[in-house]
Design a protein around this ligand. Sequence first.
Ligand SMILES: *Cc1c(COP(=O)(O)O)cnc(C)c1O
Length: 373
Amino acid sequence: MQVPLLDLKTQYMGMKDEILREIGALCDSQHFILGEKVESFEKECAEYCGCKYACGVSSGSDALIIALMVEGIGPGDEVITSPFSFFATAGAIARVGAKPVFVDINPKTYNIDPARIEDKITPKTKAIIPVHLFGQAADMSPIMEIANKHNLIVVEDAAQAIGSEYEGKRIGSIGHYGCFSFFPSKNLGAFGDGGIVTTNDEKRFELLKIFRNHGAQPKYYHKYIGGNFRIDAMQAAILSIKIKHLEEWHAARQKNAAEYRDLFAKSSIGSKIQLPAKAEYRVRHIYNQFSILVMDDKRDMLKDSLNKAGIGSDIYYPVPLHLQECFQYLGYKAGDMPISEDTCKKILALPIYPESTSEQRKYVVSVIERALA
Ligand SMILES: *Cc1c(COP(=O)(O)O)cnc(C)c1O
C-alpha cells in the first residue's frame, strides 16, 4: 500500500471545474495585480480569522518581514522567537537587520515556553514572534502579558495554523499581527506562493498595504522603503474557492488524528513513541502535521522502514535554528536549547492529510509496530 505524506490531487479533482472556470475568467479580465479578487479574499480571510483586517501578501515569509518592517524593526533591535520552527521565522528577523534571540520550547506542545521569555528581554528587545507549530496554538496569554508589560510587539507566526484557536480565539487575532502562509502544503494552500497578514488595528492595516507596494502613497511617491509583497490576484481567486472547504478539511484532519491516537493506544508500541501532546490550555488543533517523537534513537531507522513500506514521512525540523550555519555569528552552541535539540532528533511527521483513509492509517501503525518491535 502506498501512503504519501501529502496528496493534493484528490482535493483538487473535487473542485477542478470551479477553479478552472475562475482562472479562465481572470485570464479573460487580464486583471492580475490586486483589485477585486484580492480585496474579496482579504475580507473572507479576515472574517475567517476573527480579525478586522487582512492584507494579502506574496508569501508567509514576506508576511513576517512586512510586519517587522511596518514596526520599523531593524539593525540594533532584538526579536525573541522559537528555535524550533521553519527557517523563515528567524530568517525574517535577520533579513530586516535585527537579531534573532531564541527561547527554548515546551516539550509537549513544541511551542515557545513563555516561562523562559522574560530572562531574554533586554532594552533592545522590540518584538516576540511565537510560532503556532504544526497547527497548535502557542500559549498566548502569558506571552501577551509579558509583551504588554515590556511594551513589545507580538507577531504571531500562524503559517501552519489558520483556523486554529487559543482559549476560544482564532489565532492571528491575539497579537498585533498574524502572519499566514498559503504554501501548497499548509491547510489552506494556494497554487504557488501566497500569504496574508491579519491585524485589528486600522493604522497598521493601512501601512501594510503601503509597504506591500514599495511604500508608495500615492503611486510613485515613496514615503517608506517597502517592497513588492503583493499576493497575485490568481492566487486570491483560487484561495476564495478553497477557503469555503477549510472547515471540512480541518475536521477530517482532526478525525484522522483521533484515529491514530486510537490505533496507537491499542498497539504494542507503548512508550517507544510519544504522540503529539495536547496543550494544557484550551486549543483547537488543526493538525497541519501529526508529528510523533520516536524514542531510543530509532527515528531515522523508523523513517527508513516507513519509506521501504511505501509510507511518506518527514522531519520537521532536523536542525534547530540556533545551530544553523548561517546563524553561527549569533554565538549559540549545542546544548543551549536542550529541548529543541532533543526534539529535532526524535520528531517525525506521519501522513494526516484530509483524504487519507482509515486503511492507510492502520497500515502506517502496523508498519511502525513491526519496525519498533
Ligand atoms: C511555511 C512557513 C513559513 C513561510 O511561509 P512561506 O509561504 O513558505 O514563505 C513561515 N513560518 C512557518 C512556521 C512556516 O511553516
